[in-house]
Design a protein around this ligand. Sequence first.
Ligand SMILES: Nc1nc2c(ncn2[C@@H]2O[C@H](COP(=O)(O)OP(=O)(O)O)[C@@H](O)[C@H]2O)c(=O)[nH]1
Ligand SMILES: [Mg+2]
Ligand SMILES: [Zn+2]
Length: 469
Amino acid sequence: MRTGEPKIPLLKQVTCPTCWHEFPPEEMHWIAVHDELVDERFNGNRQLRFLPSRFTIGGMAYDEKGRECTEMACPRCGNVIIPHLLQMRPLFLSILGAPGSGKSFYLAAAVRELQRTLGARLNIRFQNSNPLGNHLITGYVKELFDHADDPDTTVKLKKTELDGDDWYYRTIINGQDMLLPKPYQYAVQPSRNHVMFRDQGGISRVLSLYDNAGEHFLPGSITGTAPVIDHLARSEALLFVYDPLQESSFRERCKQHSGALDPQVEYAPFKYPQADVLAEAAAHVKRLKKIPATELYEKPLVVIVQKFDAWQPLVGNALDKLDKVWGVDAEGQALLDSDMIRTISRIVEDLLLDVAPAIVNEAQSFCEEVVFIPVTATGRSPLVKGMDDSGRPDLLFQPGTLTPRWCELPVLYALLRAARDREGGALLRKVVRKPKAKRKREGVVPFRQPEAETGSTEDDGDVSAWKTQ
Ligand SMILES: Nc1nc2c(ncn2[C@@H]2O[C@H](COP(=O)(O)OP(=O)(O)O)[C@@H](O)[C@H]2O)c(=O)[nH]1
Ligand SMILES: [Mg+2]
Ligand SMILES: [Zn+2]
């Protein structure tokens, strides 16, 4: 850490984001560096994981051949534990949804938007905590958002596999082969201008995101040795990616509106029963949490209504206020207008109730708090170029031409609720509106809008003065 950075104390318990084992830091294993030191527990396929007894002055362990180690590992599953997890509490966020709903695209766009906006405009540092472990997402972001030298290049993302090593961690626990989901980890901390910079221990978090193959959420696909979706029960919020274009009623409604149609409206490459996928996830969470089927789950469910670019004609500009729901106040506190998010959520919910009500009913019978957030990961329709191996139209995009919208909001919504300390400090705070007349009398601190997007620090009059809660 640079000098002048506040010291964050060590946590009393570390949580492994791969197998969710909780253990005190003194039980941490280290990964041997010397070639000859392999781990019999993993059939000799991995470097030895061990409890060290000798350390360098800098606090690194020595392996038994005297080599200095740099990486730590979970004593249960053996996967790498990043140093941030010793100091910052984890915040698990599960991304779930049917195959083809746009989860991988969403994840890439969300990470890219969070990287661009948090540091520059919300006084929050969003750091890639695990460059090696996050390489898949970094690759997605690069593939979709980096301009290619050749303007005719088109790309698509690799399909998330059911058991590929890029997505899952294969290990042996108590002699049993296990397939565990890989977390993608990012540290979120207040930056220098944030009001909580000097006191950030309790509000900084390591975000752990999971990208499963959609098939894992289909009924009957979960087994005891592949608890690949058990992260659902650890999550602070469940992010359900819903693709309205998979519903024939929704496609019909889109066709009634003029304008260029997304190829996925003309022909849906995927048509999964998405409400059933959510129902299966709900049943799984309730089983793990031992909640009766009739009770509601306490964590929020964010239904991410994907591919907004394609269904935008159904709502016109009614959702555009989402462009201005975050900013910072005069003290540097990051703010989120969750009331406005809920207002927009009701518009989206009404549309779904009218056109494809099953998903709304399922969501309402799962969680106490449900919020519908529209997003587009691409801002535009894909191009169709022939057929793929499974006989579906091959959907491609020109890299560097994508313009995501609102993809950061589901994560900010989860941070608003979860990144808080016991003394009332918060990484993000909810803004409360005051009646206009009262605002004038009290001269409340104006809310600073994201300047690059609005081109001014003035609001459109509706939210001219904000106050934190
Ligand atoms: N129109 C539109 N299409 C999208 C968007 N995001 C993804 N898609 C399309 O949906 C397909 C499935 O997306 P993907 O992220 O691979 O789905 P996953 O199986 O849920 O991970 C992609 O091939 C894209 O063509 C979006 O924001 N807008
Ligand atoms: Mg995927
Ligand atoms: Zn573990």
